[in-house]
Design a protein around this ligand. Structure first.
Ligand code: ATP
Length: 643
């Protein structure tokens, strides 16, 4: 129904084949997606829109669909190229004011009332009298302007950006202004998870093929084909997460050939496989009963996915797919020493760890975080880094993800060599008894690691699963054994001014988890103890520029009332002794109970600048932790009662 409505409402007749996608059509689809909370309905609307774009694109035009998809996920390029939107509030306010003739004060007052700059832009446009209708905006034009804004740097870039935005706004009709401003802000707020986009893309491709071939399918056949298409799309995208390559292949050769055409390619980072936490060795043994597994040191550094391309380039990518080659020029330089002559192209999964130069001793993550993040010069490097490789995902033209970990590890050891202080293989032990694991765990902690990673070694259960937090990888941290549980990665969304000695800094902070499906931040706790004066000063310096006067529409604050709000950007790793239900905070509301969940006695561990706000712990994980704790407590009680 929703899809039909879209088809009727978008002015399909005047959108001729071969003509650029009208931006108004996309804005219309966005409004409809925003208006529903039902995931299925969102998917149908998006599918219908993608199908329209495919059907109206000229033969060979892959750009229209590509740019449409990028605007739907509010990006302009793949992550590793890093062309980012996220224009500051004050710049947008200025542009809205200049374009619509409303005073800055009125625009700001409106923002206080609405809490959403997109709506403010729309209100401002509506209050403006226009004498003539502007020429309709096209999607490629908007895309190119957004890109121009994102790419402009240098001292005159601010005024250049304002000028482009002002002109764009002047050309907006109906709801267009709302979405252009939200895109620029970096938050579309239509509740469109990337998963929905992938499903819609697959469905649109299947439907386009069906219509093109004039096929008549039974509804079972159609459902089957849609499911098959979705499966292919998800698996291809997890191996090659770039629409730049996937969409042209999809349009040129169809969905059935996609797996063949799009494989893991050096130069395109894939989202790493992640682990599930475990609390006790017994739990590991239960999970891996009768299966072969291996324990590896869990190094305390930064994830580094290292690629060597056909042309000899070496690139290092972060956990977030950001290109870190400029942060680690030393790794790039060291790497050729550890490659055997037969090794031409590869993708390594590894941990970059700070080491003491003289002794080669492993240093904690804090040491690594002292390194500069950008444009590091080799001669200035103080903190040395050694790479510990634990997986090989691609070798000499062949993806290896669907080989067992045992085989991948053999290939890794065969094609690389240890260079002391520069490159090593993650230390492992294939011991299987509680005692063996316990001894290895203690050894890992003594050697400066966080604990162990326990991994399935054989059969298809040991395949590499990109972007999944898998039960086939378990993490066993020393902290868990002390009974405190896993750490959480939380976004700093508010600050409380310090009292007494702490008057020129924030004395406490409001933290939130992130719900990726609803695209919203949910408050979880206040944290204010355990910070040194120096740390408080540093947090002040980083957070002050992110201060916002008004609560953002995508922050579900609940009863939390900090003195100041922050733009959600900074992620902290936090440990907690306990989780409890809370009438104040909103994290995971409705998942366990109506009330939210909050952390009791949270303790700050470190800043996670390898994570963006979107990577913060999600409400399901919070609920899972709460339930595990409740389960452990009830077991404990039963034991206690039993004597
Ligand atoms: P955290 O790093 O806080 O544990 P995370 O969400 O970054 O959490 P997890 O899946 O929980 O990631 O833990 C795996 C991380 O541990 C990897 O991302 C990697 O950086 C690090 N690591 C260290 N040693 C290993 C290893 N031998 N195998 C896999 N990952 C390792």
């Amino acid at each position: 129904e929703a899809a039909l409505k879209l088809k009727n409402e978008v002015d399909v007749k005047s959108w001729k084949v071969g003509e650029p996608v009208p931006y108004a059509a996309l804005a219309h689809a966005f409004s409809m997606i925003e208006a529903t909370t039902k995931r299925l309905e969102k998917t149908h609307i998006l599918t219908t829109f993608f199908l329209l774009v495919i059907q109206r694109s000229a033969k060979g035009d892959t750009n229209s669909l590509l740019q449409t998809v990028y605007l739907c996920i509010n990006r302009l390029s793949p992550d590793y190229i890093g062309i980012e939107l996220g224009i500051g509030e004050s710049l947008l306010i200025k542009a809205i004011s200049e374009s619509t003739g409303r005073s800055l004060a009125t625009v700001k007052a409106d923002l206080k009332k609405e809490g959403d700059l997109g709506l403010v832009a729309l209100n401002s446009k509506n209050s403006q009298k226009t004498l003539f209708k502007p020429k309709p905006l096209t999607l490629p034009f908007v895309f190119s302007k957004l890109k121009e804004i994102a790419l402009s740097t240098g001292h005159s870039s601010q005024s250049k950006k304002v000028s482009i935005i002002t002109k764009l706004l002047a050309a907006c009709q109906d709801v267009e202004a709302k979405y252009i401003i939200r895109s620029l802000e970096g938050k579309l707020r239509i509740g469109n998870a990337e998963r929905t986009v992938l499903v819609a893309l697959a469905h649109a491709a299947v439907l386009a093929e069906k219509e093109q071939a004039g096929k008549k399918w039974s509804s079972e056949k159609l459902t089957g084909r849609l499911e098959e298409g979705t499966h292919i799309m998800k698996s291809v995208y997890s191996e090659l997460p770039t629409y730049d390559l996937v969409i042209p292949a999809l349009l040129e050769d169809g969905i059935d050939k996609l797996k063949e055409k799009c494989k893991l390619t050096p130069g395109v980072p894939l989202k790493p496989m992640l682990a599930k936490p475990t609390k006790a060795i017994g739990e590991v043994l239960d999970r891996f009963e009768n299966k072969r597994f291996t324990c590896e040191y869990k190094y305390d550094g930064e994830r580094a996915q290292v690629h060597k391309l056909e042309d000899g380039t070496v690139a290092v990518f972060s956990r977030n797919s950001e290109d870190m080659s400029k942060k680690y020029p030393d790794l790039v330089e060291q790497l050729p020493h550890c490659i055997k002559p037969t090794t031409k192209t590869f993708v390594l999964d590894a941990e970059a760890v700070a080491i003491e130069k003289a002794t080669g001793k492993l240093m904690p993550f804090q040491e690594l975080s002292r390194r500069k993040r950008k444009d590091v010069k080799i001669e200035d490097i103080q903190v040395r880094v050694c790479l510990f490789a634990f997986d090989l995902l691609y070798l000499n033209g062949e993806p290896l993800m669907q080989k067992s970990l045992g085989e991948r590890r053999e290939l890794l050891r065969e094609h690389f060599q240890v260079v002391p202080g520069e490159f090593d293989f993650a230390k492992s032990s294939d011991g299987e008894t509680t005692d063996e694991i316990q001894t290895f765990l203690e050894e890992s902690v003594k050697d400066g690691c966080e604990g162990l990673m326990v991994k399935m070694l054989e059969t298809d259960a040991s395949y590499y699963e990109p972007s999944r937090r898998s039960v086939n990888w378990l993490k066993l941290k020393k902290d868990y054994l002390a009974g405190v549980g896993d750490s959480l990665d939380l976004v700093v969304v508010g600050g409380y001014y310090g009292k007494g000695k702490r008057t020129n800094v924030y004395g406490a902070f409001l933290l939130a988890c992130y719900d990726a499906d609803a695209e919203e931040y949910q408050t979880i706790c206040k944290i204010g103890t355990g910070f040194s004066e120096e740390a408080l000063q540093q947090h002040w310096d980083t957070l002050r520029p992110l201060e916002m006067e008004k609560l953002r529409g995508d922050l579900k604050a609940g009863g939390a009332k900090p003195d100041i709000w922050f733009e959600p950007k900074i992620v902290w790793e936090v440990l907690t002794a306990d989780l409890s239900l809370s009438p104040v905070y909103t994290a995971a509301q409705g998942l366990v109970e109506e009330r939210g969940i909050s952390l009791r006695f949270p303790r700050f561990l470190r800043v996670r600048d390898d994570k963006s706000a979107d990577d913060a712990t999600g409400p399901e994980q919070v609920a899972e932790m709460y339930e595990r704790q409740a389960l452990a407590q009830s077991k404990g009680n039963k034991k206690g009662k039993g004597g």
